[in-house]
Write a protein that binds this ligand. Sequence first.
Ligand code: ADP
Ligand code: 5GP
Length: 199
Amino acid sequence: MITNDKGLLLVISGPSGTGKGTVCKRLLEKNENIFLSVSATTRKPREGEIDGVSYHFYDEDKFKNLIAKNQFIEWAAFCDNYYGTPKAPVEENINKGKDVLLEIEIEGAMKVRSKYPEGVYIFLFPPNIETLADRLRGRGTETEDVIAKRLERAKQELEMCTKYNYYVVNDDLEKAVQEIEAIIVAEKARKERNKVNFN
Ligand code: ADP
Ligand code: 5GP
């Protein structure tokens, strides 16, 4: 009686160190229907990151070539590196009925929103600024110089939160994940996303 063939486009942003990667990983473990978009970046891999899984790690020439070929939904420069969302996997998976998750920074998210206004835009907050700095340092993957740049950028990013549809605080991880799951359930029930057949 009710049909909804398309998956949701879910976009999660928030300052570096908020826990976006951690929250997305847990969401994927719990929800088989979610497809995580693998971004491209010119950043160097961190220890443990796998090419093609964590990111597609490209040099600047290759990245710029893909921009020229219109292969990205969006791309942005973030703290001296480029990041971009490959277009084809996102569209293929949404059309297959999968919910597609983009974990991207705000400038890119706003470009996605202009192309996909039907997407669901979630801003993930840290409990407070001190915790954000502690998490960024605690992760141990960046130099103090890069951490300072990311914290500076965090202040600008927090001011952009009003551009998003939903706010979630990542204090307790499981609670944050449950709130995002609740958003997904509610968004899927929206009348605009469902066709009704009375026959
Ligand atoms: P982001 O992807 O937003 O940059 P990460 O997912 O890498 O952030 O998380 C940054 C650090 O904070 C990691 O060391 C991670 O283990 C930790 N972390 C993430 N979520 C929580 C949480 N809810 N409680 C405590 N620590 C967390
Ligand atoms: P990191 O270097 O910590 O992995 O990512 C830095 C920032 O880039 C994070 O805010 C992350 O969400 C964002 N990011 C990752 N992939 C993309 C992408 O494809 N596009 C954009 N615009 N930002 C991205």
